[in-house]
Design a protein around this ligand. Structure first.
Ligand SMILES: Nc1ncnc2c1ncn2[C@@H]1O[C@H](COP(=O)(O)OP(=O)(O)OP(=O)(O)O)[C@@H](O)[C@H]1O
Ligand SMILES: [Mg+2]
Length: 319
């Protein structure tokens, strides 16, 4: 039976966190001491959240399937999403645990050590009956494998297989890989069109330090195309017949939290607007570069017009 008209351009499913970030932090004061810093910000974040917020800013009709607590952190995330025009009808609220949250003391060079408290994202669960509602889009982004306890047990693989049968284009990112991740990916990747971990994660999981070799590993597991986000080196893209690196844009780095998540949001926005692979990666690169200029996963990006103007004027980083 033909699928009914999808409700959204893209649905972003998975890890949703409240981030509280402060910068610059060089050390924690001794004992009960106090240190003064320039800036503290609170914002939604996470592999699904950092992607959906930036895709919405670029003008996509977005929804998100996630679980947050019935607490002040969950209220804040939902309020922020509503202000950004993100559909919240698929968001689950649990009383069992608090919203997943992270404290980020950002170093002067933009690096972000994280103190993470796992929570409601581990409770996120999409039952078979709800698959169709999470697939009412042209694109499905699944983000956060590794920090999604209930879905990581096999249900995410069922969801992605369903989405593929429904004809969606599927993108995927993960976080915090362990020695269990390969088995999870073996079930997930056959449905994945664009696998988008960081290079560091790709190397850890595949045991291969050459990006082309690592990409082959994931393509052998079923991924169609690999895009490895590579910090200030930009990103490495590997299709069936081509491998290349797209450099990052030169920016004044303030905080790189959520750069990888936001890259995915920009990339999906590009695909959804009909961009080819290279143009979509460039949009992702621009969004992630802009996010690096401000504190938080949604900082720096205003809208599509500003991002395209940035691409026109920015220079690339030669590293
Ligand atoms: N120092 C930098 N200068 C310019 N661009 C950067 C810098 N660091 C990161 N980026 C951009 O951000 C993108 C993603 O960064 P990164 O490799 O840190 O992802 P990640 O580790 O998945 O991040 P996260 O999971 O925290 O969102 C890069 O592909 C690049 O375009
Ligand atoms: Mg990442």
């Amino acid at each position: 039976m033909a699928r009914s008209q999808p409700k959204f351009d893209a649905i972003f499913a998975g890890l949703t966190i409240l981030d509280i970030a402060g910068r610059p932090v060089t050390s924690i004061p001794d004992g009960g001491g106090i240190a003064f810093i320039d800036e503290i910000r609170m914002n939604p974040a996470g592999t699904a959240s950092g992607a959906v917020m930036n895709a919405a800013k670029l003008g996509l009709r977005c929804s998100t399937s996630a679980c947050v607590g019935k607490d002040e952190k969950g209220d804040f995330i939902v309020d922020q999403y509503k202000r950004m025009g993100i559909d919240c009808s698929l968001i689950q609220r649990t009383e069992a645990v608090a919203t997943s949250a992270t404290i980020l003391p950002i170093r002067p060079n933009g690096e972000r050590p994280a103190l993470h408290c796992r929570g409601a994202s581990d409770e996120w669960f999409v039952s078979d009956e709800a698959f169709d509602s999470v697939c009412s889009a042209r694109y499905l982004h699944h983000g956060g494998t590794g920090f999604l306890a209930r879905m990581d047990e096999g249900q995410s693989a069922k969801l992605l297989a369903h989405a593929k049968r429904q004809g969606l284009t599927i993108t995927m990112d993960l976080i915090g890989p362990t020695d269990k991740t390969v088995d999870q990916l073996a079930a997930l990747l056959p449905a994945v069109d664009y696998f988008m971990p960081s290079m560091e994660e790709a190397e850890f999981i595949s045991g291969r330090s050459q990006p082309g070799e690592a990409a082959k590993f994931f393509k052998d597991l079923g991924a169609t195309t690999c895009i490895f986000k590579w910090g200030d080196r930009g990103s490495f893209i590997s299709t069936d017949d081509d491998d290349w690196r797209m450099p990052a844009f030169k920016v004044d780095v303030s905080d790189t939290t959520g750069c990888g998540d936001s890259y995915c949001g920009g990339f999906i926005a590009g695909l959804s607007m009909g961009y080819d692979l290279e143009q979509a990666c460039r949009l992702g690169t621009a969004v992630s570069g802009l996010v690096a200029t401000g504190l938080g996963s949604d900082a720096g990006v205003v809208d599509l017009e500003q991002t395209l103007a940035f691409i026109e004027t920015a220079t690339t980083l030669d590293v």
